[in-house]
Design a protein around this ligand. Structure first.
Ligand SMILES: CC(C)(COP(=O)(O)OP(=O)(O)OC[C@H]1O[C@@H](n2cnc3c(N)ncnc32)[C@H](O)[C@@H]1OP(=O)(O)O)[C@@H](O)C(=O)NCCC(=O)NCCS
Length: 172
């Protein structure tokens, strides 16, 4: 488990668990309702694809969450697309918690998961290109990805006019 202190002026530092309030950890089934609410809020704004409670339960192990004093304040998940490729999905911070380095910490934790799985390529489809650039991803042509990347798009209102940008990080 990753534990970070909350540093309002910059990115949180990793610290000893004592006296900490914000943690990044793997999600548990008890997180499903809070995950659903966070993701649904962004889905209604067209920023994320919706996830049903059932889908969240089924894929709970793929989620990393950030929490403050037991309250879920951010999330991200990793979806396997092939032997050498995973996708970051459902990445979002609650209002009031953006710009504090926590999204980057969740991405770090997801990349660590990809490493542990032995998967060398991590991609995302996003509007937050600068955020991913700052986390070591580069913009790539969507066409390089396998068909499986697009299976989720049937749930998207913009499936025929997708304006998301593909980003990729190849792990050393
Ligand atoms: C995108 C998001 C997850 C980033 O998390 P965060 O905790 O706010 O990001 P960080 O504080 O780690 O930011 C790291 C850098 O990325 C930049 N950044 C953050 N959000 C950004 C965005 N939406 N677009 C472009 N750049 C962004 C920050 O300016 C910051 O740069 P700095 O270090 O030079 O100040 C968060 O802003 C969010 O929840 N956005 C709404 C949902 C969303 O767009 N999700 C992405 C779907 S793939």
């Amino acid at each position: 488990m990753y534990i970070y202190t909350h540093q309002p002026e910059g990115k949180p530092e990793r610290r000893d668990p004592v006296n900490t309030t914000i943690a990044c950890r793997k999600a548990q089934l008890s997180d499903v309702e809070a995950l659903y609410t966070l993701i649904q809020g962004y889905a209604e704004k067209g920023i994320m694809l919706p996830r049903s409670r059932e889908a969240l339960q089924r894929h709970i192990e793929s989620f990393i969450v950030a929490e403050e004093d037991g309250r879920l304040i951010g999330c991200g998940s990793l979806f396997r697309l092939g032997a050498d490729l995973v996708e970051i999905r459902s990445l979002g911070m609650a209002e009031g918690y953006k710009g504090k380095g926590l999204g980057s910490r969740i991405v770090d934790a997801l990349i660590e998961e990809a490493r542990n799985m032995g998967v060398p390529k991590v991609m995302a489809l996003t509007y937050a290109v600068d955020f991913f650039n700052k986390n070591g991803f580069e913009v790539v042509d969507k066409e390089i990805f396998p068909e499986k990347v697009w299976t989720d798009c049937v749930h998207c209102a913009k499936q025929n006019c997708c304006d998301e940008i593909a980003v990729l990080k190849t792990l050393a």
